[in-house]
Write a protein that binds this ligand. Structure first.
Ligand SMILES: Nc1nc2c(ncn2[C@@H]2O[C@H](COP(=O)(O)OP(=O)(O)OP(=O)(O)O)[C@@H](O)[C@H]2O)c(=O)[nH]1
Length: 504
């Protein structure tokens, strides 16, 4: 509707002057009129007072992805503008002309950033039209029930697909919905601990101007509220129209309700696999309310929705946890598959894989590849003299020392088999491999593992064969191993405790 269509001139002036943000939609037209307060709220220019629904949907304030937006607002506003009306009468009889009442039934109203926002859905405005009677109470109730169900179906869709980081936001939207539709001042979720000894207020919605008690309602012992707990456990509902009329055995509960200025309270149990997990509820603070069967139905519905969502999220979390554990176990298995059982360093399998990879990498990058094969001297005599267990300990000790030597990317020390070890040195030429062989000899000298039976030295020594060359695409691991092995054989034959470099 545009201003020009209206023959009654004061109408717009009055709506524009109202201190509430107001959106006005004529049933037969798509355009929506916004008064001055609404334009200010939506940060629109003062002249742009006729908006399309698509324009409205694009307003950042109404965008559900906008964290600052009042999440609940988006859906009911669009519900209202697209045809679902909550028929309550608006009281404009402060103003001179009673005709205004004809077209002013409130569709939905909310509070956003402490501004009341009202949407109107009048019939086409016609000054000659007779006054329209207000909706019958039963009709109003049906319309309200429809609006609630439509809103719940939107919220439950959001809850079904909820991502962990949006969970609280959507639960609070559901609480806001139940609070608004039950005309309550406060709505909340409490969750019990596993052994049903304590409860905590996890989510809350409060009407503007009403105090929140969430912070202090944490880890409350259930034995502090025995009457309430018994009711919710046995009857799954706790409904009190007048807190003052609670029986004597509910003295503790009554005291707590009075401390929170609660006049009426309605709570419904939430179950998880048929086990009590918490409850959802709402309070009347500013006045008393006789809870209706509709209130109860709605509260149960919201409770079920939230309980299911929490259960799904918890399943999803334990599934993710299990996946994480499986992944971890898999990584551990993979690590173990490449690890030597006795010494803990890389085993032959990992050595083979690494050598193959490094050979290809060096061939691609035209880099030299060094391979050292190391065999402990007179180890049979060591075992025979000191025992097999001592032999194992010596192998572990030497393996650990060798494992600390490789530093650069791709370098690897591995147990090649028995008392033989191998070191892969990608990018190392003869000089660098010689340097590594000297370091190994130095390490063995420092370890100083006594070997009385050796005819080479008084401590454990090793012979080392070195192969180094720049591989090409025809080179094989077997070539490298064979060259290093031949050099090792020579080192043994030459008297042991020495290194020999294979001819290239
Ligand atoms: N304790 C222990 N001994 C091992 C292990 N693997 C191989 N050996 C021993 O290592 C010894 C290797 O002996 P030989 O191959 O005869 O060589 P060697 O006595 O070291 O003499 P040279 O290599 O010729 O200097 C054998 O006695 C094997 O039993 C192991 O895991 N633990």
């Amino acid at each position: 509707m545009s201003k020009q269509d209206v023959t009654f001139p004061h109408f717009w002036a009055v709506l524009d002057a109202l201190p509430i943000a107001l959106l006005y939609k004529e049933n037969t037209r798509a355009a929506v009129f916004a008064n001055q307060a609404a334009l200010t709220l939506f940060q629109l220019p003062a002249q742009q007072n006729v908006l399309s629904i698509s324009q409205l949907q694009q307003l950042p304030l109404l965008n559900p992805d906008n964290k600052q937006a009042f999440d609940l607002l988006h859906n009911p506003l669009l519900l209202a503008l697209s045809g679902t009306a909550l028929q309550q009468l608006i009281q404009l009889n402060n103003y001179d002309n009673p005709l205004l009442l004809q077209s002013t039934s409130v569709a939905l109203s909310f509070t956003l950033h402490s501004i009341n926002l009202v949407t109107l859905q009048p019939k086409a405005l016609n000054t000659e039209m007779p006054l329209q009677p207000a909706l019958l109470p039963e009709q109003a109730e049906i319309e309200e029930a429809l609006a609630f169900d439509k809103l719940m179906s939107l919220i439950s869709t959001q809850l079904i697909n909820v991502q962990d980081d949006k969970l609280d936001q959507h639960i609070e939207a559901a609480l806001a919905a139940i609070g608004e539709f039950c005309h309550a001042d406060r709505s909340y979720v409490f969750l019990f601990n596993a052994d049903l000894t304590a409860m905590s207020n996890t989510h809350e919605w409060v009407r503007s101007g009403i105090s929140s008690h969430k912070a202090k309602l944490q880890h409350i012992a259930l034995q502090a509220m025995p009457y309430f707990f018994q009711k919710i456990q046995q009857e799954l509902v706790f409904a009190v129209n007048d807190v003052a009329s609670l029986p004597a055995e509910a003295a503790a509960e009554q005291q707590e309700f009075i401390a929170e200025d609660i006049q009426s309270v309605l709570c419904c149990a939430m179950l998880n696999n048929d086990k009590l997990s918490g409850f959802v509820g709402c309070d009347m603070v500013s006045r008393q309310r006789n809870w209706t069967s509709n209130d109860l139905r709605r509260m149960k519905l919201v409770g079920e929705m939230i309980a299911n969502t929490l259960q799904n999220v918890s399943y999803r979390r334990s599934l993710q946890q299990m996946q994480q554990q499986l992944l971890q176990a898999n990584l551990e298995l993979q690590k173990q598959a490449g690890q030597d059982g006795l010494t803990g360093i890389a085993n032959r399998r990992q050595f083979d894989t690494s050598l193959q990879n490094e050979l290809q990498r060096c061939a691609r990058n035209n880099l030299p590849l060094g391979l050292l094969l190391l065999d402990i001297d007179r180890f049979k005599l060591y075992n025979d003299h000191y025992g097999h267990q001592a032999g194992d300990d010596a192998l572990k000790c030497i393996a650990q020392a060798l494992d600390k030597l490789p530093r650069r990317n791709g370098e690897l020390a591995a147990r090649y088999g028995g008392e033989e070890f191998a070191i892969i040195l990608p990018g190392s030429d003869t000089e660098a491999c010689t340097e590594m062989a000297k370091q190994i000899q130095q390490q063995l000298t420092e370890l100083a593992i006594a070997h009385q039976q050796s005819d080479i030295a008084s401590v454990v020594t090793a012979s080392i064969g070195i192969a180094t060359s720049t591989p090409n695409k025809h080179s094989t691991c077997a070539d490298f191993i064979s060259a290093a092995d031949k050099a090792l054989y020579k080192a043994k034959a030459n008297g042991r405790n020495q290194f020999i470099i294979a001819a290239q």
